[in-house]
Ligand binder design. Structure first.
Ligand code: GLN
Length: 288
């Protein structure tokens, strides 16, 4: 990749000059070049963003300049901010993320809200999060319902390690992490609520290209994008108590096939919930 700009000519740029150079490099690849540049520089220097505005003429040492330069090159290449900084805010929690986990989306807060609406504050329930990734859903529910016990599964041991690290860093004790595919490692258990944000994008969906830095197996769900949902619809009832709730995140054009799949598997009270932008996002059902 060809690089230009004052940074490569000046090993000890001022904060202002470093930001200006980064903004020009990020012009084509980011929708928010200045914000990204500032966040990356604040992260590189381990300071608040406000520090940058208060010290525009401070010189950076060359090691910091080089680290910043590398981060800007990654961003210019399209890498999501969360993978460069290693952190994504979700449900007011700073979550550690890495390329082995999906980056938590604000969309998923719809699933959290719906689950919380079904779990009384004083409940001491057992709740399962299937395919937990960074642990975002399990962590939010465990934090909001400290009397409940969460069980989070993922078939990726690497993802589970990140999720467990998040629980430790956030001091959230009421989650158990179990390696395995969907419901498989939980056979014989009986939960009050089961939630999941499974992969739900079709293998040939061009949208996958824009998500190329994220783990494909957390996104790609076969020819019609419904493979994981079919699996969950046919197995989640086996780990639910009678009348237990199942909540599933899905794509905004999947409302009808998801309802049909759940119906075919005998689920009751199937209901669609839209996200804050009014798009179909979550379907809830009661154990058959
Ligand atoms: N909502 C994510 C996206 O489109 C996909 C998440 C998923 O497949 N579970 O960008």
């Amino acid at each position: 990749m060809v690089r230009e700009g004052p940074l490569s000519l000046n090993e000890k740029p001022s904060i202002d000059a470093a930001i200006a150079s980064a903004v020009s490099q990020l012009q084509d690849s980011s929708e928010s070049p200045r914000l990204d540049a500032e966040l990356l520089l604040a992260r590189t220097l381990d300071v608040q963003r406000s520090y940058l505005f208060a010290h525009p003429n401070d010189e950076m040492d060359s090691a910091a300049a080089e680290r910043f330069d590398n981060a800007v090159v990654q961003r210019a290449d399209g890498m999501p901010m969360a993978y460069i900084t290693g952190i994504k805010e979700f449900w007011s929690m700073p979550l550690i993320v890495s390329p082995v986990t999906l980056i938590p989306r604000p969309d998923t807060e719809t699933l959290i809200e719906q689950a919380l609406g079904r779990i009384p504050r004083n409940a001491e329930w057992e709740i399962a999060d299937l395919g937990t990734g960074s642990g975002a859903i399990a962590l939010a529910l465990a934090k909001e319902r400290p009397l409940c016990q969460l069980t989070a599964t993922d078939r990726s041991e690497d993802a589970l390690a990140i999720a467990a690290q998040n629980a430790r860093e956030l001091g959230i004790p009421n989650i158990e992490f179990v390696a395995g595919n969907w419901t498989e490692p939980l056979a014989g258990r009986a939960f009050d609520v089961v939630v999941s944000n499974p992969p739900y994008i079709a293998s040939d969906d061009p949208h996958l290209m824009s998500l190329r830095f994220e783990p494909l197996d957390a996104l790609d769900a076969g020819d019609d994008g419904l493979d994981a949902i079919r699996n969950l619809a046919s197995t989640a009832a086996t780990i639910l108590k009678p009348s237990g709730s199942f909540l599933l995140e899905h794509g905004d054009a999947q409302e009808e096939p998801v309802a049909a799949i759940l119906q075919d598997n005998g689920w009751q009270d199937i209901g669609l919930i839209r996200d804050i932008e009014g798009r179909p996002r979550v379907t809830a059902a009661i154990r058959p």
